[in-house]
Design a protein around this ligand. Structure first.
Ligand code: TMP
Length: 204
């Protein structure tokens, strides 16, 4: 059975990890093996990098490269092997996080963000990107300001650029994006994601 790669995207407090778990349960219910993973901490090395990224004052370009470095390791150690086993891989954040945060949020040129990520991922991109769309103020309250790291505690204007950037990316990449209202009840969000996912699971 061929592997299937799904990325969950969204701003702070969008409910991505909840949906990852709910989709996993459904997928296992239809007999699929599932690998849930996340960025930037999906490998031990990625976790080490995250402790630097989240605490140190970094230049935007340095931040871009550190996320891409974590991603390169993640692809080789986790994502590629799982896809080769035929798993459904659900990654909580992937390349579109860098486009939204480092591109739209920090203002780095999108073609630079794309180029760096193309190298880091060896061109491996998700077949489906689920964008859980939640208004910025609701997301930040949900996540809890107190727990926020350096990026999470950026200004409302930064998070608004990220939010709006995600919607532009979704409009540009209609074929692989599904935007779901993340303020809906969790069961309803799962139902919408599942409806989109089922045709992709069919093996012809
Ligand atoms: P979270 O996924 O637990 O919210 O934490 C990851 C934080 O890192 C979040 O603020 C988004 C940010 N981030 C980027 O800025 N670029 C990236 O490429 C990734 C994966 C995450």
């Amino acid at each position: 059975m061929p592997g299937l790669f799904i990325a969950l995207e969204g701003g702070e407090g969008a409910g991505k990890s909840t949906q990852a778990q709910r989709l996993k349960a459904r997928l296992e219910g239809v007999g699929r093996n599932v690998t849930i993973t996340y960025e930037p901490g999906g490998t031990a090395f990625g976790q080490e990098l995250w402790s630097i990224i989240s605490e140190r004052e970094l230049e935007p370009l340095t931040e871009l490269f550190l996320f891409a470095t974590a991603r390169a390791q993640h692809v080789v150690k986790v994502i590629k092997p799982a896809l080769e086993r035929g798993d459904v891989v659900i990654s909580d954040r992937y390349v579109h996080s860098s486009l939204a945060y480092q591109g739209y949020g920090r203002g780095l040129p999108l073609n630079h963000v794309r180029a760096v990520n193309h190298v880091a991922t060896q061109g491996i991109m998700p077949q489906a990107v689920f964008l859980l769309d939640v208004p910025v103020n609701i997301g930040l309250v949900r996540k809890g300001r107190a727990e926020n790291d350096r990026i999470g505690s950026e200004s409302q204007a930064f998070h608004t650029r990220v939010h709006d950037g995600y919607l532009v990316l979704a409009a540009e990449e209609r074929d692989s994006f599904l935007v779901v209202d993340g303020t809906l009840p969790a069961e309803e969000v799962t139902r919408l994601l599942w409806k989109y996912l089922t045709p992709l699971l069919r093996v012809d």
